[in-house]
Design a protein around this ligand. Structure first.
Ligand code: ATP
Length: 269
């Protein structure tokens, strides 16, 4: 049951308009759409396309969202693997899972492979408890082997996300591997407003609710926090049987979301 012969992929039903703010990151990723749509046009001219793209930024800034939006825009299958899946599995499973995933993605190219939380397997090798032969290391070695195994003709892009680029094994960052880096930042006030507008679009807001004011009062919030804020506010309002969401709900929800964020900080290793 551990070997998966068929990797399943979805073509995400989202586009770049679902990613608010992050203009710089969107611009860089947008260039890849054309290639995924018409790889032959680029191949004919011998153009080299980046293979591995590393999305770097704090938790909840939209790295997964942006990768899915790229697949959605290009209309290609999105194969995903979360590096934390490999914690506490049997030895060898991570490597074979990686092998199967790459094989399936290449077979169905053009396609995208997305590796979430790359830092949880991609930490510098030789630091594991298993004397350098642990599961994590085997999985990492398999990822490196797969990246090196591309001939340059496959129209499969490998995107990976990390919020700890500083701990990554330098081998991952060498030319031909994750050599292209895209930064996602915590949103500024204007970007927070754009994110709030997007997530509040289907929420009936009371007339006193000014999203601009809320954007101003949420410095340090990531996109995921703002999404939570809107959702928690709506839940509070629904519990009260309100017709719409008012400022009081937002205030209470903001305290909850902030407590959640602090909890994360306290318990992070
Ligand atoms: P992590 O590092 O924790 O995996 P991430 O950077 O991959 O986080 P996502 O998982 O993409 O972040 O974000 C979670 C959710 O937060 C998204 O599905 C989306 O609903 C919302 N979100 C995050 N950033 C944005 C954004 N820029 N615009 C709109 N929604 C956003």
């Amino acid at each position: 049951f551990l070997e998966r012969s068929t990797e399943r992929a979805e073509i995400p039903n989202i586009s770049f308009s679902d990613v608010a703010g992050q203009e710089g990151a969107k611009r860089e990723v947008r260039e890849l759409v054309e290639y995924l749509k018409e790889p032959d046009k680029f191949r004919r001219l011998g153009a080299e396309i980046p293979r591995g793209i590393l999305l770097m930024g704090p938790p909840g800034t939209g790295k997964t969202l942006l990768a899915r939006a790229l697949a959605g825009e290009a209309g290609v299958p999105f194969y995903t693997i979360s590096a934390s899946e490999f914690i506490e599995v049997f030895v060898g499973v991570g490597a074979s899972r990686v092998r199967n995933l790459f094989a399936a993605a290449k077979k169905n190219a053009p396609s995208i492979i997305f590796i979430d939380e790359l830092d949880s397997i991609g930490r510098t090798r030789g630091t594991g408890l298993g004397g350098g032969h642990d599961e994590r290391e085997q999985t990492l070695n398999q990822i490196l082997a797969e990246l090196d195994g591309f001939t340059g003709r496959e129209a499969t892009l490998v995107l990976a996300a990390t919020n700890r680029p500083d701990v990554l094994d330098p081998a991952l960052l060498r030319p031909g591997r994750f050599d292209r880096h895209v930064n996602l930042d915590l949103p500024d006030r204007e970007a927070r407003l754009a994110i709030l507008k997007l997530h509040a679009a289907k929420v009936p807001l009371a007339s006193g609710v000014d999203l601009e004011q809320i954007a101003g009062g949420t410095p340090g919030f990531a996109g995921a926090d703002l999404k939570n804020l809107v959702n928690e506010s709506a839940i509070l309002a629904a519990r009260e049987g309100s017709e719409n969401v008012d400022l009081r709900h937002f205030d209470e929800a903001r305290d909850r979301v902030m407590m959640g964020a602090e909890r994360q900080l306290i318990f992070q290793p």
